[in-house]
Write a protein that binds this ligand. Structure first.
Ligand SMILES: Cc1ncc(C[n+]2csc(CCOP(=O)(O)OP(=O)(O)O)c2C)c(N)n1
Ligand SMILES: [Mg+2]
Length: 795
């Protein structure tokens, strides 16, 4: 039974105000002087299309625990709503799309007005909502509930063209497996995208797909005016005409308006007296109003429908809308980036009853009393609790996490060491162990999460026994599912992995319960989920992602699986600190640090030792290897742990007259060390630099340079401190199982001539020895390069 709308009249007034403010905001942004000649842009038609939906939702339907991903181009609508609620400043609206103004697309991190999920890359805002719902279920299953609230609905307001993005369907399939609940996708079905009008009949495809995955489908096609007209004599024919009308024609007629509607409808109803009378009985304006009265613009239909949903099944709403609704842009196929002209804007302003000079006033042009509208706003449930961001306590990291899981001279890979470190945590009853949630896209076992999962089990809303175990069939994996489980097993889609890491990595802020999410995948397939990774980082989600195996060191696992670009991705991805340790002791130190780094949210400036912005925290990427290598004995170094985190430590400190150092990152360290050994009799002072994080080493160097430019001449980065004692004639050879550019910048730090070895081509299968030789990153190649450099042959 549908619940009544709180106050339809006031909702209609607000709808008008929001439409006006959104269009005005975009108009004004585009009237600012274009200092650089680049367009400012903004989407009046996309905004107009969704104003009614957002009015109904924000002012009548949503509750504080609900979370919303707003389609990117509805940003002005969102900001206008927050402005009316006093949560967004006028100056930010006046500076829409400007420096530090309201953002072009809603942003959790850059906007001030309580954005739940950032959007911008179409499809990803839609895709994250079911994963957020899954995270909400996970937290509830553990009996945690910082907020004490009922589960919220995770809502995506999607443009219809967003459904072209594959990640949307990947999310649908995945979340079906996890018994998705409390998720609404509301499609702004204006049948237009950026370039044009969408294919006929798309809604039927959409419906079929959603039903196949167990979703309820609610179609909001007609508004109350249209439904009333269907009841009139001739109404049935009128309805059939609407249903048969092509998207292109409907759009074109919407653009042309009442007279065009009349002509076309009367032509088509030539032999139908009742239907003709239905049209004749309306003025052009009334006819236009009737044809615009689609379900997605009828506040009464919207409110009743949304408020009438009394279950938690996932539901998709196909809301028919008009792109450019109530503006002169309505329906035109080129309206995506279209802006109203000055003359159109003026006419629109008159129509909205907004007096010149009063354009930004919240209640200008409303026919109701400002006091009444304000009283309504003050009682809107969604905003009743103010800003909905949480900051739970941090979780302590036991010191034992940083202890190496391997013995000196033991042969072990970083991937196996990772498995051991997690297993040791899993064995404990620490808070850290309870808050870790792991996930993997079908590579749980092959990335060494198996021991952890055996201890901590798989997560599911319901208990599900491991049949193989019940049948006493031997297997190393104990795969039973329960609400207490701490591993979320995903299908192969890497986009889903990063969307889940994004959602789980925001759990502290969205739901008030801190999770420490760890996702593992094969390193090359980071590229498969790259936009979702970038999206998670953009929202400041906090997680650890482990790429393993990596590089050509994966040997016979196949040339197609070799990753080359990933170290550069790790370096360049904002919000992600990347490490590629060679040895188990370094990895343990990095992981202990990472669990803490994930939880930081300071706002201070950079650390004066490293010039890294460590106080703000971030996510962490670990690039690991399956190659088992002998663990080194270390000379005592009280700063070892600190240097590993800062990005590099001397494995062998160079002597005062060194004419060569070999710097490596990752498992090829064995080759660097062996090469140094080969050269040792000829070059006594040779140094070996173990780089654990080219990313942090580089970032600190960049920041220190900037600091010196600002006048702080004492600023010195870790990279500079490491290299500034080397004689000027010293040469650097760098080596990595990845793109050589990752380390080639080291030569620029103090001006030492540098040759960088690495992998630029891929695809050849073989043993590690074969491949290192093939790509010239083996010990002999490194030594050969070094000899040619320092004997002057290459100069
Ligand atoms: C991943 C990605 N590709 C391309 C774009 C550029 N783009 C922005 S909006 C849009 C079309 C959107 O159409 P629709 O979702 O139907 O939204 P509408 O404006 O019609 O409401 C495109 C292609 C983008 N933002 N993200
Ligand atoms: Mg569209």
């Amino acid at each position: 039974m549908a619940k009544a709308t709180r106050d339809l009249k006031t909702l209609l007034r607000l709808e008008r105000k929001i439409l006006w403010l959104a269009c005005w905001m975009i108009d004004q942004a585009n009237r600012r002087e274009k200092v650089d000649g680049v367009k400012i842009g903004g989407h009046q038609a996309s905004s107009a299309s969704i104003v009614s939906l957002m009015t109904a939702l924000y002012f009548d339907v949503l509750r504080p625990q609900d979370r919303v991903a707003v389609k990117p181009h509805a940003s002005p609508v969102f900001h206008a709503i927050q402005y009316l609620m006093g949560n967004q400043k006028l100056e930010n609206l006046q500076n829409f799309r400007g420096y530090r103004g309201a953002q072009s697309y809603p942003s959790r991190t850059k906007d001030v007005d309580d954005v739940d999920f950032s959007t911008g890359s179409v499809g990803l805002g839609v895709g994250i909502t079911p994963f957020a719902s899954l995270v909400q279920d996970y937290i509830a299953a553990k009996g945690w509930s910082a907020t004490g609230e009922k589960p919220g609905r995770m809502v995506a307001l999607a443009g219809d063209a967003e459904l072209d993005e594959g990640n949307v369907y990947e999310a649908l399939q995945e979340c079906w497996k996890h018994d998705l609940r409390n998720c609404w996708w509301i499609i702004d079905y204006n049948r237009q995208s950026l370039d044009g009008v969408v294919r006929e009949g798309l809604c039927h495809r959409i419906e079929t797909v959603f039903r196949a995955f167990g979703w309820d489908v609610v179609t909001l096609k007609y508004g109350t005016l249209q439904r009333a007209a269907f009841e009139e004599p001739g109404g049935e024919a009128f309805r059939e005409w609407i249903d048969a009308c092509s998207n292109q024609l409907y759009s074109a007629l919407l653009f042309q308006g009442g007279a065009a509607w009349r002509k076309r409808l009367l032509d088509d109803f030539e032999d139908h007296a009742n239907a003709s009378a239905l049209i004749e009985s309306r003025s052009n304006d009334e006819l236009s109003e009737l044809m615009n009265n689609l379900g997605g613009h009828c506040l009464q239909t919207l409110s009743e429908t949304f408020n009438g949903i009394d279950h938690d099944r996932p539901t998709v709403f196909i809301a028919y809308t008009v792109k450019g609704y109530r503006t002169p842009l309505a329906g035109h196929k080129d309206n995506h980036s279209g802006l109203m002209t000055s003359a159109q804007m003026q006419a629109f302003q008159e129509q909205m009853k907004v007096r010149p000079g009063h354009e930004w006033e919240p209640f200008e042009g409303s026919d109701g009393s400002a006091i009444e509208i304000q009283a309504f706003l003050d009682s809107v449930p969604f905003f009743a609790k103010g800003r909905r961001r949480y900051r739970p306590e941090r979780i302590d990291i036991p010191e034992t996490v940083a202890v190496s899981p391997a013995a000196v001279r033991e042969e072990i890979s970083t991937q196996a060491a990772f498995g051991r470190i997690l297993d040791a945590i899993g064995k404990s009853d620490s808070e850290l162990a309870a808050r870790i949630v792991t996930t993997s896209p079908d590579v749980t076992v092959s990335t060494n999460l198996g021991p952890w999962v055996n201890r901590r089990r798989l997560f599911a809303g319901r208990e599900l026994a491991d049949v193989f175990r019940d049948q006493r069939i031997p297997s190393a994996q104990k795969w039973d599912f329960s609400p207490q489980g701490q591993h979320i097993e995903l299908g192969i889609a890497e986009m889903n992995l990063f969307l889940l890491l994004g959602a789980a990595g925001l759990s502290h802020s969205l739901f008030g319960e801190r999770l420490l999410p760890i996702g593992t995948l094969y390193d090359p397939f980071v590229s498969r989920g790259l936009d979702a990774l970038n999206y998670a980082c953009y929202q400041d989600a906090r997680f650890i992602v482990v790429g393993t195996p990596s590089g050509v060191s994966l040997s016979s696992e196949g040339g197609a699986h070799q990753s080359i670009a990933q170290p550069l991705i790790g370096m360049s991805q904002d919000g992600l600190a990347s490490f590629e340790p060679a040895f188990a002791d370094e990895l343990a130190i990095v992981m202990a640090w990472a669990f803490d780094y994930l939880q930081r949210d300071g706002e201070g400036g950079p650390d004066e030792r490293t010039w890294l912005r460590d106080e703000t925290g971030g996510s962490v990427y670990l690039r690991l290897s399956t190659r088992h290598i002998e663990q080194p004995g270390r000379k005592p170094n009280p700063n070892f742990a600190r240097e590993v985190i800062d990005g590099a430590t001397w494995l062998k400190e160079p002597g005062p007259n060194a004419d060569l150092i070999i710097a490596y990152q990752g498992t090829v360290g064995t080759e660097a060390i062996a090469a140094a050994g080969m050269l040792a009799d000829r070059r006594r002072d040779i140094g070996v630099l173990s780089i654990t994080s080219a990313d942090r080493l580089n970032a600190g160097w960049q920041a220190a340079q900037r600091e010196r430019v600002r006048g702080n001449l004492r600023a010195l980065s870790h990279a500079e401190r490491l290299l500034n004692k080397l004689p000027r004639h010293c040469r650097i050879v760098t080596v990595i199982d990845g793109h050589p550019a990752t380390l080639s910048w080291l030569g620029g730090v103090m001006g030492h001539k540098t040759v960088s070895l690495g992998v630029e081509h891929f695809g050849q299968t073989g043993t590690v020895g074969d491949l290192y030789q093939h790509y010239e990153i083996d010990a002999a190649s490194i030594a050969g390069t070094a000899s040619s450099l320092t004997s002057g042959k290459s100069e």
